[in-house]
Design a protein around this ligand. Structure first.
Ligand code: ASP
Length: 523
């Protein structure tokens, strides 16, 4: 059986497991609530005790609250008796020292307490009541599965830095002369920037035409905003403005290459590796030096072969986690937005990449997609172009027959700076949020989005979830409130999988074009 068939089976089984055995399973008994960031519950130790209401601050998230399954669960003016599992976070939760002591003294491990959700009135008069009930067994099952996915991710991440570094040194040094590197480098970067800008335009156009923001009703909007407000204030609004271009460029030069390698700062690693490659070539680097790098690179690829044996299990666990944690109500409320983003990604893939490989590399889109499928599947299931890089390089060299020097130069660069899927997603999201807030985006504002999102995509780390953080930059540049991200963040995990797949597809399409133009397909 081919590796991608195995990975596909793993993904399918994982998705089914996540649905059937996860916390939202329709078949498991629901006995828990997750109080996520932003939901607020009032708590007191007994229903008649008036003074001791405690507002659970939204900053201390995710407690597992188990209502008593017996008749003891009753409503006293909206208060509900629950069996509460107290962990350290809850004991720490209140800033008021006396209260903290009391909580600490009264609640050991588990306790019966009284809770009341902070009831919000929505615009149409409905109220938000309890969070969605969930299954504890489901949580435990997913918790138990999670280390398998984490193991796979860690193993892949382990090879990324040495692989990128050695690939680039060998790739660049084997190009021979600096002029050739300059030509290939400028072609590569130009194609990366161009496809990214086109992706954003497609995102803006499709969201402008389909107007997904006009479909979200007030109720869903308030629900989403209430649920994720805390997450956004904590994580996203920290990103305030785009660094100046000179800062961005300067930051690409590592002061200490060893530090760059140790911290995995990809842009810095790329700059150092390229310069080292050029320098080795220019001093006529002895065959022995290059061979050391070459052998380390080959050893990394050998390790990837072993790690890939784990891939079907790893992706199964990763998929189960995603499916288990994506609340259906969220996906339903954002259905049109998700659909529009995916449609944009599909159009970009078919039209732009289809055109690129057809006219730039004399290859049909179908042939191209068949050759890169393993890389796409890993990108989809890990949501990280960096994690997919080892497989991306392998597909380019083994399936597409792109020469090693082109693959090892173009792809590590692409995994770091080229993110068409992310850029397109940012275009759609900016439009969508603006529509929800009733703002009209002028042509100028849209041009600003194209510019900032192109720049932001270069600086976006190729790891899960970084696209949404940089979206705050893009929104900030045109004055859309970053809090709007609270509305879409619930769908981020799912969209991340699709946009990362497109990110990786874009790298490979450009690699094919560069290889063709440089006559670097090996036969
Ligand atoms: N996960 C994406 C990637 O690695 C980046 C993003 O969050 O959009 O390519």
């Amino acid at each position: 059986m081919k590796i991608y068939t195995k990975i596909l089976i793993g993904m399918t089984i994982g998705a089914i497991l996540g649905y059937a055995m996860g916390p939202r399973s329709p078949w498991l008994e629901k006995s828990s609530y997750i109080v996520a960031d932003g939901s607020r519950l009032n708590l007191r130790l007994n229903p008649t005790e008036a003074a001791s209401e405690i507002d659970l601050p939204s900053k201390y998230p995710i407690e597992l609250l188990r209502p008593l399954p017996t008749a003891a669960t009753q409503n006293v003016e909206g208060w509900e008796s629950v069996h509460l599992t107290v962990d350290e976070k809850l004991v720490l939760l209140d800033a008021d020292g006396s209260l903290r002591q009391r909580l600490g003294a009264d609640l050991h491990g588990t306790a019966n307490v009284w809770l009341k959700p902070d009831v919000r009135t929505l615009e149409d008069g409905d109220t938000v009541t309890w969070p969605e009930p969930l299954s504890s067994t489901g949580f435990h099952f997913i918790d138990w599965l999670r280390p398998i996915g984490a193991l796979f991710m860690r193993l892949i991440k382990m090879v990324i830095v040495p692989l990128v570094f050695t690939s680039l040194v060998v790739g660049v040094a084997s190009l021979g002369d600096v002029r050739r590197l300059g030509r290939m480098g400028s072609k590569t970067i130009a194609l990366y920037l161009l496809t990214t800008a086109i992706a954003i335009v497609i995102g803006l156009l499709i969201a402008g035409i389909a107007k997904p923001g006009h479909v979200v009703d007030a109720k869903s909007r308030t629900m989403l905003q209430a649920q994720f407000d805390g997450v956004v204030t904590d994580n996203v609004s920290r990103v305030l403005s785009l660094p100046s271009t000179s800062d961005m460029l300067l930051d690409m030069i590592p002061i200490n290459p060893a530090n760059a390698l140790a911290s995995g700062h990809m842009l810095q690693i790329i700059v150092f590796a390229v310069m080292l490659g050029v320098a080795l070539a220019s001093i006529g680097g002895s065959a022995v030096t290059l061979e050391v790098f070459d052998k380390i690179q080959q050893a990394m690829i050998a390790m990837i072969q072993w790690i890939m044996a784990l891939a079907p299990f790893g992706v199964a666990a990763l998929m189960a986690d995603v499916v288990a944690n994506s609340g259906f109500s969220i996906l339903k409320a954002l259905f049109v937005y998700i659909l529009v983003t995916c449609a944009g990604l599909l159009i970009h893939t078919i039209v732009i990449y289809g055109g690129l490989v057809r006219f730039g590399a004399r290859m049909s889109l179908r042939q191209f997609l068949a050759q890169i499928r393993p890389a796409q599947l890993i990108a989809f299931s890990t949501s990280s172009s960096a994690a997919a890089l080892p497989v991306t390089i392998k597909c380019a060299e083994e399936n597409m027959k792109i020469s090693k020097s082109v693959a090892s130069f173009v792809l590590p660069l692409g995994a770091t700076v080229n993110m068409d899927g992310t850029a397109l997603y940012q275009g759609v999201s900016a439009m969508f949020i603006a529509q929800i807030f009733g703002m009209d985006l002028s042509i100028n504002a849209q041009m600003t989005i194209v510019l900032t999102a192109t720049l932001a995509s270069i600086g976006t780390a190729s790891v899960p979830g970084s696209g949404v953080i940089n979206l705050a930059l893009v929104l900030g540049a045109i004055g859309i409130p970053a809090e709007g991200i609270a509305i879409i963040i619930g769908a981020d995990r799912v969209l991340d999988m699709f946009r990362t797949t497109v990110n990786v597809t874009g790298d490979l399409a450009v690699a094919a074009v560069v290889a063709k133009s440089e006559n670097e397909f090996v036969t």
